[in-house]
Write a protein that binds this ligand. Structure first.
Ligand SMILES: Nc1ncnc2c1ncn2[C@@H]1O[C@H](COP(=O)(O)OP(=O)(O)O)[C@@H](O)[C@H]1O
Ligand SMILES: [Mg+2]
Length: 644
């Protein structure tokens, strides 16, 4: 599982440059909000600097009042208090301004947070989620086979969420950091140049430590996402396969598998956490070191009278603390860079995955199909080099029933999935009414094909909504007609709320045959000229098979029908039966012809008819009739006779 995921991640690696370019384009889409957020953080920065500066002035005013030999305070913006003011009055006025500044900052911080939340959670994340989801609808089945379903879930949910980190956690925070660092640097330089150089020399070390650890963290985060995917996959599988798990009393082994996967995730997280835990104290130590330099060298400068206490030393200390705080913030930003890159890569993989089956721009709307279909030298494989169908050619006239017979894995489902163009063949063509499928408008064409799979997926919605899935605007009369055509009307009426019964809720238990008849009704709603039935009775027990068999026969009339089955009772009325063997068309013909030719079809016919004969024999045991009786016996004799 995890191997599959890691190879699937390796399928397409984006260079860092490419990721940055794509993410910047994403941010550019929301440039208005980004700019607003940046202006707000710049205003916050200015207010903060003003508050710090005023604090320094207050200290200098007090210091000067206590000791007139000290430097006179330097007021900002060329402002000087009126001559008559006492120091107490000056301090009071300045304090009021500082409080006002703090209030303004509080209000602005609120707006800043709101802007960022609106931008990320209100716009970017929903946009990414919607785009990945929309893309998933258009992707080929191949994508879903290659990528585990939980990996796909996580891409739409968690990864879309982490991709947005690039905008708020990297871009906005980063620009904000640069702005702040520049402003603080200028300010500190203005107070004392050599003191600035001395204190900031430590900052270089701080930056190096950050750089080193961010390089270590990225692979860890990637691995973490992969492990988490497999954990979720294991969990969903256990929930979905709960019956199987319990049926085999396999809770123990299943639990151990889950625990192992869980432990893997947590060990991996521990490794990341350990790296982070070394990193954070290291940066703190370095920040402390720069403070030691400040108070040693700066204290000496103050004693020498080169800088003042308030606007000099105290303001400088405040600036340095915040400067180093911002540098330490590089960790958070570097972290966000890694996280957002890992996530963006996984989101872009979905967005960029090729839609293999594509609508040509000049595709034509086919109009109502007659149901004539032809395979012309079709070769197809899921992976190049291993074909599951080879050189298959046949023709179906409108209204004919084409049976598909072959062992499991012989290619029946694959052949059927080429008809609605779920895949395109590697060689050869498939023609509908003489047109290559690749020239037809995909949606228009697919809408004319009704499909019933071996296992039916019903949505947790009403019976009516499930039948009307292909056309939500269908009215009650159409829904009922489809249900009648599928012999489903009677049992639907017996359900608690009839057509309004919600499926998937407790108390509504449908048998395999009922589910298949609902699926048939769903397929028939659009009155398709072509009907595909892929082993529709496989999950229905033989006892109730006749329930659905008669419904199927009714549904087949008037449409070209392809039916894959191994029960000859379903196949023998087919106009043509295709016998597949390892992807090759071994034999082709009607039942009566095939039972006369040696081959797998005849073998199965003999076996199944013998079984039938035995059953009839038991039923007739009371009577004086000989061993085989009834129409089945006649056929067996006929087949047996033709063998000689
Ligand atoms: N999605 C898939 N990806 C890769 N191989 C597949 C896929 N589906 C089927 N196959 C392979 O193609 C072959 C034919 O399978 P299938 O068409 O399902 O046969 P049938 O329906 O007759 O049992 C098998 O070898 C099977 O393993
Ligand atoms: Mg199959």
């Amino acid at each position: 599982m995890s191997e599959r995921l890691s190879t699937d991640l390796n399928q397409r690696r984006y260079s860092t440059g490419e990721l940055v370019r794509r993410l910047l384009a994403l941010a550019w889409q929301f440039r208005g909000d980004c700019l607003l957020s940046l202006c707000q953080s710049a205003a916050l920065l200015l207010l903060g600097l003003l508050g710090l500066q005023l604090l320094g002035v207050v200290i200098d005013v007090i210091r000067h009042a206590l000791d007139a030999s000290q430097r006179a305070p330097a007021y900002p913006f060329g402002w000087t208090p009126p001559a008559g003011w006492t120091p107490l009055q000056v301090v009071t006025v300045l304090s009021v301004i500082i409080v006002a500044q703090a209030l303004a900052r509080a209000v602005l911080t609120y707006h800043y947070n709101m802007t960022t939340a609106r931008l990320t959670q209100g716009k970017i994340v929903p946009d990414l989620r919607a785009r990945t989801y929309a893309k998933l609808q258009r992707l080929s089945f191949r994508f879903f086979h290659v990528h585990g379903s939980s990996s796909i879930f996580n891409r739409v949910t968690g990864d879309a969420q982490n991709t947005r980190l690039f905008v708020d956690g990297v871009l906005l925070q980063g620009l904000n950091m640069l702005l702040t660092l520049a402003a603080y640097f200028v300010f500190m330089w203005h107070i004392h140049a050599t003191l600035t150089v001395a204190c900031l020399s430590v900052t270089v070390g701080l930056w190096w430590v950050t750089h080193y650890y961010s390089g270590r963290l990225r692979p860890g985060y990637e691995r973490n996402r992969e492990l988490y995917d497999s954990l979720v996959q294991l969990f969903t599988e256990s929930v979905q396969g709960m019956q199987t798990v319990k049926g085999f009393a396999a809770e123990g082994p299943q639990m151990r598998r889950f625990e192992a996967a869980n432990a893997q995730v947590s060990n991996q997280q521990k490794r990341i956490f350990r790296d982070l835990s070394v990193f954070t104290p290291a940066t703190q130590l370095l920040s402390q070191l720069s403070l030691v330099i400040l108070f040693g060298y700066g204290g000496w400068l103050y004693v020498q009278g080169q800088i003042s206490l308030g606007s000099g030393l105290v303001v400088f200390a405040g600036l340095l603390q915040q400067f180093n705080g911002q540098v330490a913030n590089i960790t958070t930003i570097a972290n966000s860079v890694q996280q957002s890159f890992t996530a963006a890569q996984r989101v872009f993989e979905v967005l960029d995955a090729p839609t293999e089956v594509q609508n040509k721009p000049e595709a034509m709307t086919p109009g109502r199909l007659s149901g004539r279909l032809a395979f012309d030298g079709v070769t197809f494989g899921y992976q190049s080099g291993s074909e599951v169908l080879q050189q298959v050619s046949f023709e179906a006239a409108p209204g004919q029933v084409i049976g598909l017979f072959g062992m499991t894995g012989s290619g029946k489902t694959s052949l059927l999935s080429l008809i609605p163009r779920f895949y395109d063949p590697q060689e050869g063509r498939i023609l509908a009414d003489g047109q290559d499928l690749r020239d037809l408008d995909l949606d228009d064409y697919r809408r004319q094909i009704g499909i019933v799979y071996q296992e039916t997926f019903l949505f947790s919605n009403t019976v009516a909504a499930n039948i009307a899935f292909g056309n939500p605007h269908a009215d009650a009369a159409h829904i009922e007609a489809a249900a009648r055509a599928a012999s489903a009307h009677e049992f639907i009426l017996k359900m608690p709320e009839g057509y309004e019964t919600v499926l998937g809720e407790s108390g509504v238990d449908l048998s395999g045959g009922q589910r298949q008849r609902l699926a048939l009704a769903r397929a028939l709603l659009l009155q398709p000229p072509v009907l595909i039935l892929d082993d529709p009775t496989a999950s229905v027990d033989p006892g109730t098979e006749h329930e659905i068999a008669s419904a199927l026969r009714k549904a087949m009339t008037g449409r070209t029908t392809f039916i894959a089955a191994n029960r000859l009772s379903l196949l023998r009325r087919a106009d043509i039966i295709l016998v597949l063997d390892k992807g090759r068309l071994l034999q082709m013909g009607a039942h009566a012809q095939l039972v006369r030719q040696p081959g797998p079809y005849r073998e199965t016919a003999l076996l199944q008819l013998m079984d039938l004969g035995e059953e009839e024999e038991k039923a007739d045991a009371a009577g004086p009739e000989p061993v085989l009786a009834g129409p089945a016996a006649k056929e067996v004799e006929e087949i047996a006779g033709s063998r000689i």
